[in-house]
Design a protein around this ligand. Structure first.
Ligand code: NAP
Ligand code: GDD
Length: 324
């Protein structure tokens, strides 16, 4: 049976990927960061699984990566760990680059040094396209607009280079935004659905947002981790875009979420410039035809379905909380 090593296992995607691989019979090893309080709520339900093993380490600590890769001897490495918040990356550019760009280099070097026959997945992003207008696909020009986007672009090219230079089976998934009830609370979709649930329950009055005109291609995270796995099962390594192909504004997402909660968004959404970015990515809409053609992968859940399923999950969560 195969062994996988996942960085970012405590994150949204890492938690769904761990579930997927455990379900396929893999031994799953996850990298966790030391923190003063445990930060594992997304994988709590898996913690007694006999094939899930957690290890302390950090993408900024090359020695921990070398030691872990050597002792785990993974067949597949999924590098999902990252400082993943675009706005925060403007406030922490040095740490963002160290984790996302150099962290990827450290992990690739750990795999190379171990001399393993191991496949490597890099979590690349549509943010690398930045100001290039949609639709974006694998051939579109990269023009990142944030320290996050540029750190991910370096990681992307390092991954390509290790494939070309060392013949490593290393691939990048260029994933457009994907969300779920496990999405971090300071990303716009979850911020909106959590607020809609709280306002409907009468415990909050409004939510403050930034740019409502930005267009994103929002898909459903569990479908995207399936695509990551498929990329590592190919005969030859290659990079793929994963997206729904549908673009919606933040305003449209608000409307869908608040309407589903029985509210009028315009009565509850306020604007604050502090939630805007020094340079914005105006529109991301992906063309995932190559993934459909070569991986048989397709997104099924659209942004408006997603708004509704995330509101339902947040309503359930707040009702559980209020009933305590
Ligand atoms: P997420 O929920 O923010 O999770 C990020 C994960 O990275 C967490 O497990 C976090 O650990 C870990 N991490 C952060 N800094 C680290 C460090 N220095 N060393 C080791 N681990 C570290 O992100 P996500 O939405 O699941 O995204 C997964 C990956 O896909 C990320 O690389 C992201 O940039 C990329 N991506 C995401 C999307 C999207 O729309 N979700 C789209 C394209 C690409 P803690 O739990 O301890 O913080
Ligand atoms: N976070 C946030 N908070 N974003 C807001 C807000 C707000 O209050 N108001 C408006 N927005 C706008 C942002 O300006 C951006 O245009 C859009 O909503 C989406 O923001 P996020 O949800 O923070 O996601 P992102 O698109 O910047 O980045 C996510 O997707 C990338 C893939 O395209 C992250 O998951 C990245 O890690 C990922 O690579």
């Amino acid at each position: 049976m195969k062994t996988a090593f996942i960085t970012g296992v405590t994150g949204q995607d890492g938690s769904y990927l761990a579930e997927l691989l455990l379900g396929k019979g893999y031994d799953v090893h996850g990298l966790v960061r030391r923190s003063s309080t445990l930060n594992r709520s997304r994988i709590d339900h898996l913690h007694q699984h006999e094939r899930l093993h957690l290890h302390y380490g950090d993408l900024t600590d090359g020695v921990s990566l070398v030691n872990l890769v050597r002792s785990i001897e993974p067949d597949e490495v999924y590098n999902l760990g990252a400082m993943s918040h675009v706005k925060v990356s403007f406030e922490m550019p040095d740490y963002t680059a160290s984790t996302n760009a150099i962290g990827t280099l450290r992990l690739l070097e750990a795999v190379r040094a171990a001399g393993l026959d191991c496949r490597f997945y890099q979590a690349s992003t549509s943010e690398m396209f930045g100001s290039t207008p949609p639709p974006q696909d694998e051939t579109s020009m990269f023009h990142p607009r944030s320290p996050y986007g540029s750190s991910k672009l370096q990681a992307h090219w390092v991954t390509v280079n290790y494939r070309e230079a060392y013949d490593l089976f290393a691939v990048s998934g260029i994933l457009f935004n994907h969300e779920s009830p496990r999405r971090g609370e300071n990303f716009v979709t979850r911020k909106i659905t959590k607020a809609a649930a709280a306002i409907a329950a009468g415990v909050q009055e409004h939510v403050t947002l930034g740019n409502l005109d930005a267009v994103r291609d929002w898909g459903y995270a569990p479908e995207y981790v399936e695509g990551m796995w498929r990329m590592l099962q190919q005969d030859e390594p290659d990079d793929f875009v994963m997206a729904t192909g549908e673009g919606h504004t933040v305003r449209e997402f608000c409307d869908a979420a608040f309407t589903h909660a029985g509210l009028n968004w315009e009565e509850h959404v306020r604007y604050d410039e502090s939630f805007t970015r020094p340079s914005e990515v105006n529109a991301l809409i992906g063309d995932a035809s190559k993934a459909h053609r070569e991986l048989g992968w397709k997104a099924h859940t659209t942004a408006l379905d997603l708004a509704r399923l995330m509101v339902d999950a947040d309503v359930e969560e707040i009702n559980r909380f209020l009933a305590r």
